[in-house]
Design a protein around this ligand. Sequence first.
Ligand code: UN1
Length: 504
Amino acid sequence: MQEVLKSLGISDVNPGGFAGAWTGSGKAQQVVSPINGEALATVTNVTPQEFEAILAKSHAAFASWKLVPAPKRGEVVKALGDELRRNKAALAELVTLEMGKTLREGLGEVQEMIDICDFAVGLSRQLYGLTMPSERRQHRLQEQWHPLGVVGVITAFNFPVAVWSWNTALALVCGDTVLWKPSSKTPLTALACTKIAEKVLRDFGFDPAICSLAIGKGSEIGDLINTDPRVALVSYTGSVPGGRHVGKLVQERFGRHILELGGNGAVIVSDKGDLDIALRSVYFGAIGTSGQRCTSTRRVIVQESIYGAFRDRLLELYKKTPIGDPRQDEILMGPLVDAGAVATMLAAIETVKAQGGKILVGGEKLPQAGGCYITPCIAEVSGNLPIVQEETFAPVLYLMPYRTIEEAIALQNGVPQGLSSAIITNDLGESELFLSAAGSDCGLANVNTGTSGAEIGGAFGGEKETGGGRESGSDAWKAYMRRQTSAINFSGKVELAQGITLEL
Ligand code: UN1
């Protein structure tokens, strides 16, 4: 355990701030592993004064970074991807140690970082603007994309490194600098990533403040990011109330934001689908990362003619779930992130019962040290009860029957969140309806694969209370740049648009 920390440059006590130099004289926080409650290392928070210096340096670094040609910035991101490849095993292990996801999922998360770097390298030569026909003779209309500024990246504990990389890889090729505030539950992985970025930037002779870091507890540091006009874009991943708060503060100063908030993923299991695919998709979607993904499957909507058969087979899988130390290969579900998450899950189960739901399996706290292990739970419900409409960030799965496909889609859409959804069917009419304007209202809508595990090539994000932001692939990069439209006149005369004449 100590070796992996050391190999990633983490000591017993680490300053939590970086903008070319490491600082952090604020409160010290000890990080313990949810695997067994053992202490991993200590991090000292940045003070508001230190934060100010970090932001000033990140802002100053933007002035020169934005002038570096985009394909050259892409070379830096290529080297970042290579450095992540070299550190893949160690970084994955640290993710597992710090937040408890299984090692195979930790490796998948680091792979996601590598993938977005590769994507961004290609993008660095494809930051295309359009040219449009002008309505005037010998005029040209064009648009260009310019670097935006400092991007404040506020991330959650559940994907402690991938979400930073989605934002950072794009921001860097777009010519922006990054100021990262990670979850206070996962500061060590943030230190490790920042040290990797620092090495790469120094190797190229660029200002390492291009990838800055400010670790601090509570909303103090977050609010300094949200309210400061030097932060051009705030990319926030977290809860709906958190996003509402960030959105208001950033909008107040007309800053930009990308909000990636709660999910409430549902899978519709049709009688015209493959039951084995349905089972595997739902099972991984619900217990993967111990139900702590935004994209986790929280609801299964099953056609009534196969409801009993599906439920019984899923219950069998749940009862056999190998739960334990997530570093062991045979384990499919590790701990929750902390004892508070277990308490939240237990409270939600009590609410389910009070609202008329029936617990079919799970929800038993296990005795391991650290108090973070619990068996995954399935609750049978008649529909979207009030508790079902809330995102409980834990492995609680709600099972409900449907009769018609229209009814299933209405149930799927009948929650405030709109991130991820899926249908398991081999019926073309059903899958096309699900993907049509009359279908899923989510940002992610899958067919014959589950709600989680989105690839980096697509835009990631969702609608309604999920916040509307998009990160990662497709044209999500546009949020990290400012668009400039130009009319260029080479006629030697003045001609006004819209046919307006000017007699002098
Ligand atoms: C998140 O849960 O915040 O689609 C991100 C997935 C992962 C990312 C999840 N690629 O499940």
